[in-house]
Design a protein. Structure first.
Length: 92
């Protein structure tokens, strides 16, 4: 088994060409998961597993072409919760 390559935030951002804030957003959104995509060996240190990040990036490119059933379900639920809006000022 090959050794896992771990990257700091700076190394990851340089390699994938995304900003630090984008990576933090992905963590917050749950796209990067603790223990899967990254580790926190200390309170202020994050190390990213390159093999998992690379798999996620390559898999995400495929998923962006075909919407997932979960996304469609979420979109439907969101639309159902939104109140109907009047088409004109006079609601007939």
């Amino acid at each position: 088994m090959e050794n896992e390559e771990y990257l700091t935030m700076e190394e990851l951002c340089e390699r994938i060409k995304f900003s630090r804030q984008t990576v933090y957003n992905w963590i917050y959104q749950g796209k990067f998961r603790l223990g899967v995509h990254y580790l926190k060996p200390s309170r202020k240190k994050i190390l990213f597993k390159w093999s998992e990040i690379k798999s996620w990036l390559e898999g995400d490119a495929v998923q962006s072409v075909v919407p997932s059933p979960q996304h469609e379900e979420t979109e439907t639920l969101r639309r159902e919760r939104e109140p109907e809006r009047a088409i004109s000022a006079i609601n007939i």
